[in-house]
Design a protein around this ligand. Structure first.
Ligand code: NAD
Ligand code: IPM
Ligand code: MN
Length: 369
């Protein structure tokens, strides 16, 4: 539709710094391409705690349910680490995911040619890497009951979390993985620990059954998650699509980040179920966090958030051409040798967040002709 509504939640730490660069890209889209967004900005995480006493105001939650897409920076920081669990900044993000029912978290790990030397792994291991991790995002140990910390009769404390998955929760995320694979290299690796967890046994069985019934054309293999962690650094190019649970997906995607050169490069899309018109609720965010160690220094890499916005263009706004243009501009900027400080590569110019943004817009100008 011509009315493209976007809720921007910059959040905490480097969140607002990297989101400012997306703001410039949004202005560019209107100025150069006539693509206009109806943008609302609001608070989440620590910033919302400071203003409202809660990491996500109900009005913000309601707005998120209404818009075409939500774009989030990052939440959290030392200032709020001592708060009771339910009041922490991270709860704001978890509430968004849960109440919007964003069960499929797409975390692509793509190694740009210019960053082959920036990975901690050998160039031949990562060059041309293009994998997609599909992380289940609204279930598992993140949300399972019972949970909590209780005091035992002997005075000890006991912390409890529960890993739970139902058939339908596994089926719907596996279906997303199979569908994505069909548009890629047609291979899915499903990761769990069926050797020690009953939920893993069910996961494996449900994925296999769905495959045999509806996706037999896709090549499916199963792998224990610990082995997958090892295989990701041994030979990551063996993977096309990885589908896994909430916690394993969190860990494997941070691991995959280092295959691409930096956590500062990794975008993500969190999607809900398609409605009758094919529209999915969606939230886009970088895989990284609020990076308190560098917040306020204007050195954060904005590219993960910029690439998350490109994913929003593609998945929520049907603006594939604009997304392609942004991704091509990212490649060009990296090819010029420009690097933010998180990218470990000798002999390259270290630039600030803003200069990275300047250069990106310049390359977008050139590509737009
Ligand atoms: P982090 O991702 O914030 O930082 C890990 C390391 O990567 C740090 O050294 C940081 O400086 C660096 N880094 C991350 N993003 C970068 C970028 N764009 N540019 C340059 N360097 C970057 O993880 P953490 O330190 O474990 O967590 C910090 C806070 O962020 C915690 O409160 C955590 O809960 C929160 N967090 C939030 C999200 C989110 O909002 N989605 C994700 C992860 C962590
Ligand atoms: C992520 C983060 C979050 C998670 C936290 C901040 C709740 O690590 O998005 O990867 O664990 O899912
Ligand atoms: Mn994480």
């Amino acid at each position: 539709s011509a009315n493209r509504s976007l809720l921007i939640l910059p959040g905490d730490g480097i969140g607002p710094e990297v989101m400012a660069q997306v703001g410039r890209v949004i202005d560019w889209m209107e100025r150069r391409r006539g693509v206009r967004f109806e943008v609302t900005e609001d608070l989440v995480g620590g910033a919302a705690i400071d203003k409202h006493g809660t990491p996500l105001h109900d009005d913000t939650m309601a707005a998120a349910q209404e818009v075409d897409a939500v774009l989030l920076g990052a939440v959290g920081g030392p200032k709020w680490d001592e708060l009771p669990f339910e009041q922490k900044p991270e709860r704001g993000l978890l509430r968004l995911r849960k109440e919007m029912d964003l069960f499929a978290n797409l975390r692509p790990a793509l190694c740009f040619d210019a960053l082959v030397e920036a990975s901690t792994l050998k160039p031949e291991i990562v060059s041309g890497l293009d994998i997609m991790i599909v992380r289940e995002l609204t279930g598992g140990v993140y949300f399972g009951e019972p949970r909590g910390v209780e005091t035992l009769p002997d005075g000890q404390e006991r912390g409890i979390n529960t890993q739970v998955y139902t058939t339908s929760e596994i089926e719907r995320v596996a279906a997303v993985a199979f569908e994505l694979a069909r548009k890629r290299q047609n291979r899915v690796t499903s990761c769990e620990k069926a050797n020690v967890m009953e939920s893993g046994v069910l996961w494996r069985r449900v994925v296999q059954k769905l495959h045999d019934a509806d996706f037999a054309d896709v090549e499916l293999s199963h792998m224990y998650a610990d082995n997958a962690a090892m295989q990701l650094v041994r030979n990551p190019k063996q993977f096309d699509v990885i589908v896994t649970d909430n916690l394993f997906g969190d860990i494997l995607s941070d691991e995959a980040a280092m295959l691409t050169g930096s956590l500062g490069m990794l975008p993500s899309a969190s999607l809900g179920a398609a409605d009758a018109t094919g529209r999915r609720k969606a939230l886009f965010e970088p895989v990284h966090g609020s990076a308190p160690d560098i917040a306020g220094k204007r050195v954060a890499n904005p590219l993960a958030t910029i690439l998350s916005f490109a994913m929003a263009l593609r998945y929520s706004f049907d603006l594939g051409e604009e997304a392609d243009l942004m991704e091509a501009a990212v490649q060009k900027v990296l090819a010029t040798g420009m690097r933010t400080a998180d990218i470990m590569q000798a002999g390259k110019a270290k630039v600030s967040t803003d200069v990275m943004g300047d250069s990106l817009l310049m390359e977008m100008d050139k590509l737009d002709g």
